[in-house]
Design a protein around this ligand. Structure first.
Ligand code: PRP
Length: 213
C-alpha cells in the first residue's frame, strides 16, 4: 500500500513526465503538439514501467573481446485500446522497436453502458511475454477491464496498464476486477464528473490527438 491508497498503482512523477503533462492538460495546446507530447510521455512512462522486464544473461563479442551481456528474455507486446491508445504507440515503439503490437477496439453500448469489443487482432506469441496495455485515460475503468479480459482469454499473465491520467474510481474498479494488473499513471486526478469525464483531466484524449473535437 502506498500513500495514495492504491496498492497496485504507481504514479510516475518524473519531472520530464510532469512537465509534459502540464502542457497536455493545457487547453491551448494544439492537436499537433498534443499528439507529439502524448507520444513522448508514453515513451518515458514505458521506460519506467519496463524496469523489471524479464531478462536473460548471454555473451557478445565486442571488437575487442567477449563480454557478458543481458537481453530481454521474452517477446514484449504493446496493445493500444482504440482509438486514443494509438496516440501512445509511436513513442513506445521508438524505445522498443522489437515489440509486437496488438490492437483492441472497444465502444460503449449506449443502452447497457457495457464495453463491446469491435476489433481484436493480437500477435500469436502474446502469451509468452509481458504485455503493455495502453490508453491515455482510465475513467470508470470499463474499457481497461474489458481489454484485460480479452488479453487473459488469450493467455496473457504479465499485463501492465499504462494510462496518462486516471480517476480514483477507475483505479479501484480495475484493482477489484484484475488485482494482478499493475497500473502506471502520470497523474491520479480528483474524480469523475457527472458525464464520466476525469477532472481536472486533460479533456477527451482521442479528440485532442486526432483533431476531431
Ligand atoms: C476514452 C479513453 C478510454 C475510455 C476510458 O475513449 O481513451 O478508452 O474512454 O473510459 P472508461 O475508463 O470509462 O472506459 P473514448 O470512449 O473517448 O473513445 P476514443 O478512444 O475513440 O476517443
Amino acid at each position: 500500500m502506498t500513500d495514495h491508497g492504491h496498492d497496485n498503482l504507481t504514479i510516475l512523477d518524473h519531472p520530464l513526465i510532469q512537465d509534459k503533462m502540464a502542457r497536455l492538460r493545457d487547453e491551448s495546446t494544439s492537436h499537433e503538439d498534443f499528439r507529439r507530447l502524448i507520444g513522448q510521455v508514453a515513451g518515458l512512462m514505458t521506460f519506467q514501467a519496463s524496469r523489471d522486464l524479464p531478462i536473460v544473461s548471454s555473451t557478445v563479442r565486442t571488437p575487442l573481446e567477449e563480454v557478458e551481456a543481458t537481453r530481454l528474455s521474452a517477446p514484449v507486446t504493446l496493445v493500444p485500446i482504440l482509438r486514443a491508445g494509438l496516440g501512445m504507440v509511436e513513442g513506445i515503439i521508438a524505445l522498443m522497436p522489437e515489440a509486437n503490437v496488438g490492437h483492441i477496439g472497444l465502444y460503449r453500448d449506449e443502452s447497457t453502458l457495457e464495453p463491446v469489443t469491435y476489433y481484436c487482432k493480437l500477435p500469436a506469441m502474446i502469451a509468452e511475454g509481458p504485455v503493455f496495455l495502453v490508453d491515455p485515460m482510465l475513467a470508470t475503468g470499463g474499457s481497461a477491464i474489458a481489454a484485460t479480459e480479452v488479453l487473459q482469454t488469450h493467455g496473457c499473465r504479465d499485463i501492465r496498464l499504462i494510462c496518462l491520467v486516471a480517476a480514483p474510481e477507475g483505479v479501484r474498479a480495475m484493482a477489484e476486477a484484475h488485482p494482478g494488473v499493475r497500473i502506471f499513471v502520470a497523474a491520479l486526478d480528483r474524480e469523475l464528473n457527472d458525464v464520466g469525464f476525469i477532472v481536472p483531466g486533460l479533456g477527451d484524449a482521442g479528440d485532442r490527438i486526432f483533431g476531431t473535437r
